[in-house]
Structures are given as structure tokens and as C-alpha cells.
Design a protein around this ligand. Sequence first.
Ligand code: PEP
Length: 245
Amino acid sequence: MKKITIAANWKMYLDEVSSIDFIEKLNAEKELFSNKDIIIFPSHTCIRSVKDRLNIDLKIGMQDCDIHNKGAYTGSTSISSIDIHSCIVGHSERRVIYKENNEIIAEKLGAVLSSKANPILCIGETLEEKNDNITESIIESQLSILPKDLNDRNLTIAYEPVWAIGSGDVPSNEYIHQMLSYVKNRLKSLYSDTDLDNIKLFYGGSVDANNLNDLIGIELIDGFLIGSASANFEKFKDIVKQLKL
Ligand code: PEP
């Protein structure tokens, strides 16, 4: 049985006070949360407080980063501004709301790969693209920004159909399996077996404690990127309770 990763994308749901409150609740239930593969992604401004208070071996990541490492970029955050485990790039909210295209996302991916952090590249089709039957070509273009060589770096691809995010509309296991198989085959054509061993596949989109158990059954899944249900302590606890390892 493989160890499933839970990546908790808190988005902009929790302010500093609520983030600290969440971490104190986690600390109080050490037994449940210890030894699990959990990465928490607080708002940038809350990362320091979360890191300082966390008493359990969970990992902390950044939800996004700038394409630059340092300099005159008012209001932006560099990947090297704080020591973190992972960084999300290409989340659909960045693609859709902030108009980030594959070129920008490629630069962000490069910035993360030039740091010590592990990138989580989000990909997935909109409802319109799904209805137009162009999902595979969209995924192919989103994957086209991957570097030729991973140089022993870890990489996670999170397949998140945009229409499933925050909608409660979760695709069937067959659909997710078909998409992850497509992704896996693309990756096989790009990378050596050694590189492939360092790549994980996640699913994201309306995952909660009610559907997690079913979704874990999908053969290619290594983990889940979870938004709203991960920012509510009780819901998050119910999710983690279902992990066998
Ligand atoms: C996400 O934004 O990555 C996500 C999966 O959100 P939600 O779980 O709220 O659908």
C-alpha cells in the first residue's frame, strides 16, 4: 500500500489568527497527524507563524511564487524568501483570474526548480474545453513546459479539472484514471525511468472526507490537492482519519 500525500491548499481562506488556531488544533491531535504525508500551503503572510508553531512533522509549502528571485518587484514573493518544502505553480485560479499563461508558469516552474523547493504543477481543462473535446491537447500543452531533464529533482503533477474545483462536481474514477494515464504516458515519452520514479500524480477538485476513500482506489494516484475542505479543521481531520498510512 502506498503512502498517500495530502496537500492542503488553504488559498486565501485563513488569516493569521485562523491559521495559528488551526495549527494549535493540529498540535493537540499529534497522534492522528504525525507520520502522515501532509503538506500545508498557508497564505504567504502566515507561513512564518505556521512554521514557528507547528510541533508535528508536517511539511509547509507556498501557494505560488514570482518568476524572479530577488529585486524590484513590489508586492510579489520570491521562492527563496523562506525555506519551504514545496511550491504550487499553475493553479487554475492563477491561470484564470491572474491570466497566467504557460510561458509565465514555465518561468515559475524554473524558479522553483532553481530553489530547494519541490514543484507541484497544476494542470486541467475548463468545462468549455471538456465540452469541446480538447482536454488531451490542453493537458499536452500544459505539460509542454516541463524541463527536458529533471536532474534528480522531485516533481508533482496535480490533475485538477477546473470544473471540479470548488463545485462539488467530482469526475468518475474512470475519468480521472483516463486523464492520469494520459499524463503518465506523456511523462514516459519525456523522462527516463529514474526521473519517472521522482514524479508523483495528484488529483484535485472538490475532494472531501465523503469521496476520498473512493478516490484513493484510483491506481495511479499518489495524493490529493485539497482546497476548501482542507481549510476547515474538522473537515480536514475527517479526511486525515481515512488515511491508512
Ligand atoms: C484547489 O483549488 O486546488 C482545489 C482542489 O479546491 P477544492 O478542493 O476547494 O475544489
